[in-house]
Design a protein around this ligand. Structure first.
Ligand code: PLP
Length: 423
């Protein structure tokens, strides 16, 4: 990977024709260390958030050596870039061949399930293995997520006790529960509430669990979505765990995806045309901007202009813009609003931040586009949950007002007046 100090240095050196993804390994390392220092259990990285080799290698170097995988290609990726790492196959619906290959060829022992049928598949495909760790995915009711993950997976809570009993009886290894409160969870108390539901199912089943896996959902910062401190999430989980009747050796696991990588990547796109308040860029919803198009997230932006030594970052006065991507599909539209200098013009470069999770991972080659290169940079992310950007996000005043409103609305009752932890 080529290395520059900042995105502006790259614009200075060579005005790129194709989109450029920026990798900030140092930012992933800081997030990884934060989780290890603050989460009182095992941290599994959910590979789907960003399967880039540099992410896997950085995590291993920073001490995260456990991975939540969902497919054989993800398993092969981890085996290649993190040899010897521990993997948990957490997709609740797997093919028999994938289960067999994971167990027999890659030594994966941990499997998630949310039905009796899947439990049977796992037992048969591993030839009745006796050393399995079986994790029952619970369909808890959770509030506060910006991206709900309920509905598709998770055993309904009234059916959970029978499945817990069956899983307990099916293995001589460990048995546990997991859930996912939904991605970009804005409410720390959602974890404690989910753990209380898990506790009820466990008591009703009359079983002991060896693992409580609180899943992912840990948030990042986006304009209009500034979550409470990450420490509040860990506190909520500690309280929830303390209230569960588990045995002394019961392990606590988490599976963050977004929180470990969101800050670490941004993408540099070129303005090909300006049409009123619409900017036609060379990256879009089939590239790194899926969430900007389909869930209308207004990612933070910076503007660079000029070539060689004249290249510079341009600031205000700002105006709201919307983006179109390069494909011919009219769905390739990102409504924003993206606040950029009002005199933005063709040939300028827009850096779009906070795309490390579910951003650069979503790239397709549709319509002949999406061929972005990746370079390494070492500047600060546009916003940070880990103190790297002073928790500030570049927004005009009106937007900041909006942001404050959203934060007030999303703050759980009782925590509003709570003093923020010093970071
Ligand atoms: C996607 C996923 C995660 C990661 O979720 P984030 O919201 O990115 O933290 C964790 N666990 C499972 C099972 C997932 O499917």
């Amino acid at each position: 990977m080529q290395t520059y100090h900042t995105p502006l240095d790259l614009v200075r050196e060579r005005s790129p024709e194709r989109p450029v993804a920026f990798a900030r390994p140092g930012v992933v390392a800081v997030a990884a260390r934060w989780f290890q220092d603050n989460f009182q259990g095992d941290v599994f990285y959910a590979v789907k958030a960003n399967p880039s080799p540099w992410v896997i290698e950085t995590l291993v170097n920073a001490g995260v050596n456990s991975f939540d995988v969902a497919s054989i290609p993800e398993i092969e990726l981890v085996a290649k870039y993190a040899p010897g790492a521990r993997m948990a196959f957490m997709h609740p619906v797997k093919s028999r061949r994938a289960i067999a290959e994971a167990y027999h060829r890659h030594g994966v022992k941990t499997f998630a399930l949310d039905t009796h049928e899947e439990l049977q598949k796992i037992l048969e495909a591993t030839d009745g293995a006796e050393d399995l760790t079986l994790i029952v995915r619970l369909g808890v009711v959770a509030e506060g997520a910006s991206y709900s993950l309920s509905g598709k997976f998770g055993v309904p809570m009234h059916e959970a006790p029978a499945l817990l009993l069956a899983a307990r009886g099916a293995t001589h290894g460990k048995m546990g529960v997991s859930f996912h409160v939904g991605s970009q969870c804005m409410r720390p108390t959602a974890y404690q509430a989910a753990m209380a539901q898990a506790q009820r199912a466990i008591v009703r089943a009359g079983v002991m669990v060896d693992i409580v896996d609180v899943g992912g959902g840990f948030p990042s910062i986006y304009p209009g979505m500034v979550p409470p401190d990450m420490a509040d999430y860990v506190d909520s989980i500690q309280r929830g765990f303390a209230d569960m009747s588990v045995h002394e050796e019961t392990e606590l696991w988490c599976e963050p995806g977004r929180a470990l990588v969101a800050e670490a990547s941004s993408i540099l796109t070129k303005v090909e045309l300006k049409k009123g308040d619409a900017l036609y860029l060379n990256d879009g919803s089939y590239g790194s901007l899926f969430d900007a198009a389909h869930v209308k997230w207004p990612f933070p932006v910076k503007l660079y202009r000029g070539e060689g030594d004249d290249a510079r970052e341009v600031e205000g006065p700002l105006k709201p813009f919307r983006f179109y991507g390069p494909t011919c599909d009219s769905l390739d539209h990102m409504p924003g609003p993206f606040w950029l200098p009002e005199d933005i013009r063709e040939g300028d470069y827009v850096e779009i931040g906070m795309l490390g999770a579910y951003g650069i991972a979503m790239n397709t080659r549709f319509n002949g586009f999406g061929d972005a290169e990746t370079v390494e940079v070492s500047d600060a992310p546009m916003a940070s949950m880990f103190g790297l950007a002073g928790r500030s996000i570049r927004l005009p005043r009106e937007e900041r007002e909006e942001e404050r409103k959203v934060v007030r609305l999303s703050r759980p009752k009782g925590a509003a007046g709570k003093k923020r932890r010093k970071r």
